[in-house]
Design a protein around this ligand. Structure first.
Ligand code: SAH
Length: 242
């Protein structure tokens, strides 16, 4: 997958591509990226990228000319262009799965009050919100979206890790433990030390249901549960009723 990112603040996204799992994916050529500072495409002496909004109001708006030129330079017309924005469609795991099937993605990082609408109308395919809150710029939202997408690409992380994750089966993940077995008076649940695979699997289903019910009941309401999960849900409800 190739990713172009248009930003006024390249260092905010650079570190994401040069650290941890992403840097390994880049090294192994599973992901390539190109960070474009669209200020380089501003043609006036001061390299201006923003201006006051027509019709009045607070803040500044990103001008169309530098963005059009930057988008043309990377052939954005033939690529899926994403504008992270609080007024976009809500980002979800299934949205990440859909985007992970693209060969090319372009991200436009907004700033100030946002972009001139003509940039959106001409180039943007997806306006995506990462949640119902407002950030000061699009760089962190862009890396959140890319992070959720690239880790789904073949070979980036082990497919077993993906299979059991939160949302992969529409439930949240069960609690995880590692060594030591006892730490600060707290012990790892006995069942995980039993080596009994069936009991461990049942315990995990039970904990997934419990976690989802307590943290995100609306996710549980929409989950499509298999027979085992439905049975454990009934056990859980009976346990709660006492
Ligand atoms: N005036 C805008 C907010 C601009 S925030 C409004 O009220 O909708 C500046 C930039 O931060 C946006 O252009 C967008 O790129 C980014 N941003 C802020 N919150 C975001 C969110 N929840 N999801 C995705 N991007 C966001």
């Amino acid at each position: 997958m190739h990713i172009d990112i248009l930003t006024l603040f390249p260092p905010m996204v650079e570190s994401f591509f040069t650290s941890s799992i992403m840097s390994r994916a880049v090294e192994r050529k599973l992901v390539s990226y190109n960070i474009v500072n669209f200020r380089d495409f501003a043609s006036d002496r001061h390299r201006t990228c923003d201006d006051v909004p027509y019709g009045g109001g607070a803040g500044m708006v990103l001008k169309p000319e530098p963005l059009y030129a930057a988008l043309e330079s990377i052939g954005a017309g033939d690529k899926r262009v994403i504008f992270p924005s609080p007024s976009g469609k809500l980002f979800t795991q299934s949205y990440a799965e859909e985007l992970s099937r693209e060969e090319n993605l372009v991200f436009i990082c907004g700033h100030y009050e946002g972009l001139d609408q003509r940039v959106i109308d001409t180039y943007v395919d997806d306006e995506i919100s990462i949640g119902d809150y407002v950030l000061s710029s699009g760089e962190s939202a862009t890396t959140v979206i890319i992070d959720a997408i690239y880790r789904l690409l073949d070979g980036v992380i082990n497919s077993e890790s993906l299979a059991d994750e939160s949302f992969s089966s529409s439930l949240l993940e069960y609690p995880q433990y590692t060594r030591p077995e006892r730490y600060c008076t707290k012990s790892v649940p006995d069942v995980l030390l039993s080596g009994h695979h069936e009991r461990i699997a049942t315990w995990r289903v039970f904990r997934k249901l419990e976690k989802t019910m307590l943290s995100r009941p609306e996710v549980l309401a929409q989950a499509s549960l298999d027979l085992e999960e439905r049975r454990r849900l009934i056990d859980l409800i009976n346990e709660i009723k006492g």
